[in-house]
Design a protein around this ligand. Sequence first.
Ligand SMILES: [Zn+2]
Length: 398
Amino acid sequence: MVARILLTNARLFDSVTGSISERTAILINGERIESVTIGETRVPEGAEVIDLQGHTVVPGLIDTHVHYALGGDEAMKLFIANGVTSVRDCGGQLELLKAAQHAIASGEKIGPRLYICGPLLQGSVPALPKPYNSLLAMSANSPDEVPDKIGAVLDAEVDSLKLYYSLPTETGERVIGYAGGEVPVTGHLGRMPASAAARAGINGLEHASISPYADICPTHMRFSEKDGMFDRGWFPRLQQGWIEADLSAPAARDLIKQMADSQVALGTLMAVDWIGWSGREQARRDPDRRYIVPAHIELQRRTAQARGHALEGDWDLFISGVPEPDPVRSRRAIEKQLEFCQRLHETGGLIVGGTDAGGPRLTATGILAAAGIGNALDSDGTGCGFARSHLQGRLLSS
Ligand SMILES: [Zn+2]
């Protein structure tokens, strides 16, 4: 029988009321919370007592955008170590994801509750370089292929579907229609404008910097179907388009209103640009860099080698072959993207938290979410950091 554990002297954050109670005791019995008491409490016979003086307890965190296929089992442990108890995988090979979902649910592996979208649904043009494309994506070459291909993904009981960058509008509309509300559909969009997706009934959009771009950028800055996300000029143009975007123009205002009216959830994923925001020097010195999972480093190494780039300097922080972002332009673009998120929020839109953990050049899994919330809540500002590194060390060495 699993022993009871009594956590004492905790500060407890209640996410429903937004309040914090001091000196709180939480009694855990197996996998259930049996009771929560504020103030004096009696220790039940045989219970293990853990004094949480100086620490804060929060409900399990949810990361709505991760990639198991890139971070593997080690990343799953890191989520747990950082208090992330549920994640949604936003694209990966179906068999791999189903196996991971089963292994975690049965207790065979340690990890957060894993919700899956199945593979990224792209058009006939691969949107990702090797080896990412075969690990993450599936192509539908025309709207006529949707029933077969999407039917098979739905038969595997995925929790959601995800449209990807090179999927044409007509095929995207067919996928949303075919899903018919059976599962929610989200999208990291490129060829299909967010406004068309929202009209077709999409439920979510990933990447505030990318999915709304076609609707909000000046017309001459739009991408054509030939422009790939990993082409040399793509990222600088994306930034310039944001810098020049007028968010009070009718197209931007219409998109924001439409997203708010239909409650299309925006996974901002702003941390993807953490190097652009913090600058190269700060990114280089970031202590959390040592927690980037080995599977992810290995993928970056293979990508760099396949593209004929040397592994020198900070190759683990930068996508090989893609120019390093200009810090001033990066900041200006990100500030405009934040303004888009702010306007959506003020209009009554829905914003959800995700990190793209496992994606290229990202900082360590789970830490982004935990660090922000830990800093906001911890009474002495150090307890959370200590618990994190301690747990991480333990989980990674087990
Ligand atoms: Zn992603």
